[in-house]
Design a protein. Sequence first.
Length: 689
Amino acid sequence: MDQQKSPKSFKRYTVTSALPYANGPVHIGHLAGVYVPADIYARYLRARGRDVIFIGGSDEHGVPITIKARKEGVTPQDVVDKYHYMIMESFEKFGISFDVYSRTSADIHHSTASDFFRKLYENGKLAEKESEQFFDEANNQFLADRYITGTCPHCSYEKAYGDQCENCGTSLSPNDLINPKSVLSGNKPIMKKTKHWYLPLQDYEPMLRQWILEGHKHDWKTNVYGQCKSWIDQGLQPRAVTRDLDWGVKVPVEGADGKVLYVWFDAPIGYISATREWSQETGKDWEPYWKSDDSKLVHFIGKDNIVFHCIIFPSMLHAEGSYILPENVPANEFLNLEGDKISTSRNWAVWLHEYLEEFPDMQDVLRYALCAAAPEAKDNDFTWKDFQARNNNELLAIYGNFVNRTLVLTHKYFDGKVPARSELSDYDKKTIDQMEKYPEIIAKSLETYRFREALSELMNLARLGNKYLTDNEPWKLFKTDPERVATILNINLQICGALAVLSEPFLPFTSRKLLEMLSLEMVSWDNGAKPEILKAGHIINQPALLFSKIEDEQIQFQIEKLQQTREVNQNEESIDVNPLKEDISYEDFARMDLRIATITTAEKVAKTKKLLKLTLDSGVDTRTVVSGIAECFTPEEVIGKQVVLLANLRPKVIKGIESYGMILMAEGQDKKLTFLHPGAVIKNGSIIS
RNA sequence: GGCGGGGUAGCUCAGGUGGUUAGAGCGUCGGAUUCAUAACCCGAAGGUCACGAGUUCAACUCUCGUCCCCGCUACCA
């Protein structure tokens, strides 16, 4: 739609796909949400002869990678190397047609990101907070704003946060707080000198309002637009660009040892670095793709990335000054797997590299299934049964079958030579007419990022062919009217040719196979459905089956494989335990006053999801405790329970309620909480030691 | 709790600015057919458009409220 509404006509296209995080392989969720649509879009643009660069790469910085490395006893570089190559290889085998697939640990990225930062820095676009920051000595770390509480200078509320006062809603900075405390240790944090740089997002609010809320009200997807509006209306805050970490892009400023760029800052710059890498390899100029007004920049991402690509990265680009902003960010929702959320850590996924091995030469089947079920407007569920049905009932039955019956008939009646058309009936003309409309029909859907609709239109082209063939029944006419049969098959062959061309963005492997069967060279999109694609007299090759039936056993195997994952996950409760904490002395332990107590009343705390306000009979007194268990227990089922109480924990105000102590709970798998009971009923106030 | 998105046939989804019998694909059932990987083609059944109220001559489409799912966010001593 933006294509039609925009007065601009674009000379070139810059298509980016979210950089996969290099701490695990790629799975179907990534593919359905990002890479399949992005690849279809890029291939379509190329087919139209547009100048397009399609960018991908691995995101290799950030804390999770360092944690994984430590856990496995290897370096962060080892971790990212492993997954980078694995991801890159599986993308290539799957037919994701990147013009460049780079990585953020590459030198060119470090220098690009570094330069980007330095330019903002030198032009005064970054707020430098060189002042002292709160530091928790007990935990040996600097405290983020949210980890500091204190008294609000405006309303005197005692439990205001470092970034905002919950009571009066005022935005704060930690320095505003009177009597600050560390949330981590409860200690008073010391001031320690550190230097960090911030991107003042609030400065770009007018720009963002105009650009998104006014300029893209109608051409951006509602989920994307709504999310952006929500962020902007909530008020934007300065966002730290740097942090204290040793894995990432070094901050290129004197006195910034031990600091790197925040991963959210360096990752999107990776798109630019990758383009520069491509430039070096091809000798082409990269800058027009990023800096020329007649370039159309499109980011394909999942919904978790909306804020970065619609708010933060555009602010960075705008601050830098020489870059264009994205024309659209068609973010998708999430794909679930057999009813459950896909999870890398829980191994609940269909991994691309495994699929490629278990379903060799069936890339297009997955591409088809994922595109047809892409979570464009809401989360969607991938099931193996659906996958099987998509292949057997649609790809094979409609598309494959149509091609096969046409080619078989052509060989049977005309020895594989394309017969000439003679006089055309109204039905013939109508059919040719409809066929010729498909490049435009499909294009219209693709230009507006409606990939499911586009794919379904492609199938309608095959349906058109099937219906035409069935209605005309050439197998009944051959003996009496071979000339008529020639015309019918000629038209059918043209439809096969159109399918070969128009399928390419969606089903590139099938497209190639079909072209080969037809002994045809690829033609441009606009000429893709002309009735002269196959000239009379042209010899076609022997047909082979484009798709094979997927049997129940194969599906059953996959379902059982997932079932095993489910079981493993349940058993892993005992395996995946947290490491032991540091030793403490008996005295440390003895300082805790643990007692048996009984819950006498319970009610939900208003405006919270997790909190219950409990009254306890502790044997020595009656006290109020606020506990975060409301997601696991209703107030009713909790009353009367005997529990373990940490009785001498320093009181704390939670959501305006004074809480004296804490109920001890054990947390099981999937965050389910359970109470600790005494083995027998025992009097309240009994000491635990 | 706040904000955003979504709740339409068994399944997956379409349904600009409200207007005749609410659409498609798949599945199901029936018919027809044999060129084709029991596929294709035709037809049918199937929906109180989450629920309640309101605005209107008229609401799936607008307003308000409620419930459920997803995400962001707050909260979990």
